[in-house]
Design a protein around this ligand. Structure first.
Ligand SMILES: Cc1cc2nc3c(=O)[nH]c(=O)nc-3n(C[C@H](O)[C@H](O)[C@H](O)COP(=O)(O)OP(=O)(O)OC[C@H]3O[C@@H](n4cnc5c(N)ncnc54)[C@H](O)[C@@H]3O)c2cc1C
Length: 443
C-alpha cells in the first residue's frame, strides 16, 4: 500500500469514529474570519501534502489536497509547466483553492482554479472516499465542491490541468485615468493572445492594467523578493521582466501591499525581517498574534478611533465594474484595490454553489484593509454595504472572510436547494457544519 493509501485508510477510520463538529487540522490557513471557540474534533490531514506525478506532455499534475501552491509550482516548473491558475499566496493549498474560490491573472483565459480540476478524490462527511469527475456518477459533488469550504468533505487527491511555460514573463503596465476606458480595455484584452492580465487601482484616476506574456529571452530581470517592492514598480515602470517563478509569486513578498500593516515596507524594518521572512505566511502569523493580544485595538482605544476590517474578494460583471469601483471609492475608500478579470474556461459549466454566467467576463476586486474613523458604527457596517452593492450589480462574493447575510438572503444567493441535496447525499449525519453556520455564523 502506498503512503497515500495508508493515510487515507487512517483518515476514514478516524472520521467514522467521530461525531459532529469536525475541523480540518493543517499547518497554514488563509481564512480571514475568526471562529467562535467551541469543542471540536480535529482531523489531521497534514500528511496529504505531496505532489504525486507531473505529466508535462499531457498537461496534468496529480497532487494531494493539502499540497501548497508553493510546492506545486516548484514541482511543475521543473517539468516546464505550471498549474493553469496559481493563486498569489504561496501557502494556499490546492484543496483550499478548490473548496474556496481561487483566481489569478491567467483566469481571463483559464477560469477559476476549480475549472481546471480533472478529477478529485474526496473524503465525504459520510466517511466514504469518492472519486468525482465532470462526467461520472458523482458529477453533482464535482460541481458542488467549489465554495463548499470543507462542509461536504475534504479533497485528498486531485488531477489538475497544467499549461506550458517559458523562462520569463514580459510585463507591460498600462496607465488609465478613468474606470470606464480602463474596463473597456480589460474587455478588449480578454480577446487577445496574451498570457496574464491583472490590474491595480491606486486612486479613482490612477489605474494600471498589467499585461504579461511568456518569452524565452529577457534583456534584464527585476527582483521583488527583498529590497524592491513589486506593487510600487507598477507605477514606476512601463515595461518589466521577471523570471516565470518570480512573476508567479510577485504578490507574495508583500502580501500584495498588506505588508505595510506590519511595517515591512520601511527599508530598515525590511532588512531586520530579512528576505526569508518577507512572505504571506510570516505576515499571517504576525496578524494572528496581533488579533490574539489586541495590540491594534489597544492603540485605537488610546487614539479614540474605531476601525472595521474589510477583507473581501468580490466578482462583478464587467459591464457594472466601473459602477462598483465608483461606489467603493465613495463609501469604503480602501486603496489600492486589486483587479483581476475572469471568464469561464468552458461554457458547459454548472458549478452549483458559485454560479456565474459562462458567457460573461467578470472582474474580481480584492481589498484587504481597515476602514478607520472617529464614529462608532454598527458591527459590519462597511462589509454590509459591500454585500448589498455586489448583490445589486449581479455579482457574487467569496466566503473566506466575514459575511453578514441573514440566513434567508445567504441561501437565496448560494443555492440552498443544490446545497441541501449535496448535504443529504454526502454528509447525511451532519459531521461537518453547514455552509451558513461556517461562513456567516463563524462556528
Ligand atoms: C488577504 C487574502 C487575500 C487573498 N487573495 C486571494 C487571491 O488573490 N487569489 C485567490 O485565489 N485567493 C485569495 N484568497 C483566498 C484563498 O484562496 C482562500 O481563502 C482559500 O480557501 C485558502 O486556502 P487554504 O489552502 O489556505 O485553506 P484554509 O485557509 O486552511 O481553509 C479555507 C477553507 O477551505 C477549507 N479547505 C481547506 N482545504 C480543504 C480541502 N482539502 N478540502 C476541502 N476543504 C478544504 C477549509 O475547511 C476552510 O473552510 C485570499 C485570502 C486572503 C485572506
Amino acid at each position: 500500500m502506498t503512503g497515500y493509501e495508508q493515510n487515507k485508510q487512517r483518515l476514514v477510520r478516524q472520521i467514522r469514529a467521530q461525531g459532529r463538529n469536525i475541523r480540518l487540522d493543517k499547518r497554514t490557513s488563509n481564512l480571514f474570519r475568526d471562529r467562535e471557540p467551541r469543542p471540536e474534533t480535529r482531523l489531521d490531514v497534514s500528511a496529504f501534502n505531496h505532489v504525486i506525478k507531473v505529466d508535462g506532455d499531457n498537461e496534468w499534475v496529480e497532487v494531494e489536497g493539502m499540497a501548497t501552491f508553493q510546492d506545486l509550482v516548484h514541482a511543475t516548473l521543473t517539468h516546464g509547466v505550471m498549474p493553469a491558475v496559481v493563486p498569489q499566496l504561496k501557502s494556499i493549498t490546492i484543496g483550499g483553492a478548490v473548496a474556496g474560490i481561487g483566481i489569478e491573472s491567467t483566469s481571463f483565459k483559464h477560469g477559476l482554479v476549480h475549472e481546471n480540476v480533472l478529477e478529485m478524490e474526496v473524503l465525504t462527511g459520510n466517511g466514504d472516499i469518492i472519486t468525482c469527475t465532470p462526467d461520472n456518477e458523482h458529477r453533482d459533488l464535482y460541481l458542488g465542491f467549489p465554495n463548499s469550504y470543507g462542509t461536504l468533505g475534504y479533497v485528498l487527491k486531485l488531477k489538475v490541468r497544467t499549461i506550458p511555460v517559458k523562462r520569463f514573463v514580459k510585463l507591460q503596465h498600462h496607465q488609465y485615468q478613468d474606470a470606464d476606458s480602463y474596463f473597456d480595455d480589460v474587455d478588449r484584452w480578454t480577446q487577445k493572445d496574451i498570457d496574464f492580465m491583472d490590474g491595480t487601482a491606486f486612486s479613482p484616476t490612477e489605474l494600471y492594467l498589467s499585461i504579461g506574456t511568456f518569452i524565452d529571452e529577457a534583456p534584464f530581470t527585476s527582483d521583488y523578493t527583498f529590497e524592491n517592492i513589486y506593487y510600487r514598480s507598477i507605477r514606476d515602470k512601463r515595461v518589466d521582466y521577471l523570471t516565470t517563478h518570480d512573476y508567479i509569486w510577485r504578490w507574495d513578498t508583500d502580501w500584495f501591499w498588506c505588508s505595510k500593516n506590519v511595517f515591512a515596507q520601511h527599508p530598515l524594518i525590511r532588512r531586520i525581517y530579512g528576505r526569508s521572512r518577507l512572505n504571506s505566511v510570516f505576515y499571517t502569523q504576525l496578524m494572528r498574534w496581533n488579533a490574539k493580544y489586541g495590540v491594534t485595538q489597544f492603540a485605537r482605544r488610546l487614539t479614540g478611533t474605531y476601525g472595521e476590517t474589510v477583507i473581501q474578494d468580490v466578482d462583478i460583471p464587467i459591464q457594472r465594474a466601473s459602477e462598483f469601483l465608483e461606489y467603493f471609492d465613495r463609501e469604503i475608500g480602501i486603496r489600492p484595490v486589486w483587479i483581476c478579470p475572469f471568464k469561464a474556461a468552458s461554457r458547459d459549466q454548472g458549478f452549483s454553489l458559485y454560479a456565474t454566467d459562462p458567457e460573461m467576463v467578470y472582474v474580481n476586486f480584492g481589498f484587504w484593509d481597515v476602514v478607520r474613523g472617529h464614529e462608532k458604527r454598527p458591527e459590519g457596517f462597511f462589509n454590509r454595504k459591500v454585500e448589498a452593492k455586489v448583490e445589486e450589480l449581479g455579482g457574487i462574493k467569496s466566503l473566506y472572510s466575514d459575511s453578514f447575510y441573514t440566513r434567508d438572503k445567504f441561501w437565496e444567493l448560494y443555492n440552498k436547494s443544490a446545497y441541501d441535496a449535496l448535504k443529504t447525499k454526502y454528509d447525511n449525519s451532519g459531521r461537518f457544519k453547514d455552509l451558513y453556520q461556517k461562513c456567516v455564523q463563524r462556528q
